[in-house]
Design a protein around this ligand. Sequence first.
Ligand code: GLC
Length: 752
Amino acid sequence: MKTIFLYSLYILLMALMSCAGKNSDNTASPIENRVDEILSQMTLREKIGQMNQLNSPGSVTGDMVSLISTGQLGSVLNEANPEIINEMQRIALEESPHGIPLLFARDVIHGFKTIFPIPLGLASSFNTGLVKTCSEIAASEAWSAGINWTFAPMIDIVRDPRWGRVAESFGEDPYLVSELGVAVIKGFQGDDLSAENTLIACAKHFAGYGASEGGRDYNSTLIPPRELHDIYLPPFRAAVDAGVRTFMPGFNDLDGVPATGNAYLLREVLRDQWKFDGFVVSDWESTYELIDHGFAADEKAAAYRAVKAGVNMEMAAGTYSDNIADLVEQGLLDEPLIDRAVREILRVKMELGLFDNPYIPAGKQNNFGGPFNMEIARKAAGQSMVLLKNEKNILPLQEGTKIALIGPMANEMYEQLGTWNFDGDSSLTVTPLEALRERAGDDRVLFTKGLRNSRDKNRDGFREAYSMASASDIIVFCAGEEAIITGEAHSRAFLDLPGAQDELIKELHKTGKPVVLVILAGRPLTIGEVSEYADAVIYAWHPGTMGGAALADILYGDINPSGKLPVTFPKTEGQIPLYYNHKNTGRPVMPDEWVHIDDIPEKAFQTSLGNTSHYIDAGYEPLYPFGYGLSYTTFEYSDLKADRPALDPGDTLTIDFLMTNTGERSGEETAQLYIRDPVGNVTRPVRELKGFKRVHLEAGESKRVTFMLPARSLAFHDVNMKYIVEPGEFHVWVGGDSNAALKTKFTIKNKK
Ligand code: GLC
């Protein structure tokens, strides 16, 4: 009796699910028909094979051949040799039971052979079009190597620079991260995923991984529901709306429930609410790690929890292939659930056109580099660099200046490519040394590293550096972090320049020569004190293949720096977490309302210092705020207007203002639009970015700039967790960073 019931339930479920792919006239789409047809012919073992992704052994070995030819593999990870890929694919097409092609996946986070700035650097450009182009180039290079799926964009919100993976994020702001994540997805997937030079994109790490407690990677994340939905989830929702076809959960446990086993995230939010119909791949062995989390007793339980939660494909761990058949045979997992998981995988494989064009054509293999790719890499690096200080307009350099180029990051072809560089060709790298000698002439550039690497504490090289600096007109010091001390699993508790870099800079300052400090790093560093010894500071991040050329362009003023910070820079680690869209608290501090610890009178009375929210030894302000970045010219914002004083919840407000280049040379400035909801039924951030636009202005030029602000963009989860646009007054600012001062107001009316 029970069998008949289960079977009829299965038929009903299959019928319902096949509706998922119905066209508006209720006819199943060709893809859904093909999926139905293949699925109906597959054994349980073959279905489980599609849910299995393994790391490539780097050759077509016996084990791999038998796994593929018996249909026990759905995807191969980390193979980037087109011949090997084509051979594995041939076995899948010609020898496996149903000829289902394999997906070949690889992390192409900020470039394949041509490496662009790390994502945190790309974010500093605030240039979605440029970021999209970088992703298009990365897709074309990776596709030509046989890769058809990548694990990017990483759209975790990050408010803690101790976390090494801040390097691969787009920073702390939900709006900026959303816009850039969409740009990457569109760059990778193109308008037609079945076309050549496209990759399946993957929104990761869903969700909240960037909030790893203490900035320590893989640590727990404790995020209240409202913060989760209003800060951490918006970029992932934007990714679904942009058509991303895969998701990856994070390693983190979210308030006790690991993301890899989190049905709330993977089923209720992602599929039921957002209607995502692609598939979810676990992170590396994160299914198995449910045991370490204490969320599963053994591999079988881990597989069960992950499948139930909604993880379609398992990366590298093997618990699926070892346990799902037993779980189904024991009635612990229903085969319809497996069918749904496999259906979503097959759907994406078909959307990719893999069944029709499974091979990389011989003539199109390994198409790397090239002038256009390098030109874009140079442009991206140039727009990612942020000018933080430029006293006495020491920059741009005068032609003929004799430069002492010093520092452990001045000529490192590999290090400047940054973290998550799996396939970058470092022989293509243009370093600051190479570029400056090219630009200024060999005889104009003296060079010594001064330190063996960024962590070196040995002062033996100081003397040579000092004498070289003394014999020059200006010191350009390239400081920073080697790639390996940034990125995954590389959190830092101290955020100063590592090694003896600070000491060397202070030593060189004694020569009396001007110092230009260039920092090539993967995170905000606490550079406040060392910056006192520099006349100019440029934050170059890890700028990628053409970083040196872009730096020379900026140092000589061939391009005007335009980068803006996508993350807040703390003065000290003790201030972290520190971000611009913070709450006001009940005791906000005003600029002159606090006393520094060194200035507190002896025996001061308990309440004499003012009871407000700050540190008595660091105040409350960051070193540099979100959105900050200087130019070689100056910009003025004026005449801010809203097109009406009040609008209905369904309306869009037009905000416009005048921007003027008040300096001596042309430049591009990212104008930023911030709002504040001063009173809500829950407390609201003191500022929220709701628009940004790069504006080019010639010296002396003015132009009116317009932002459209839909009222729905002001929505938030209220005291009852309802997503609402709340009536009331709103404040608006426009300016060049999150401390923008030019302000106006408007009101959202009550619903009629
Ligand atoms: C890593 C990362 C993930 C990456 C995956 C495959 O551990 O967490 O972002 O895509 O494994 O390399």
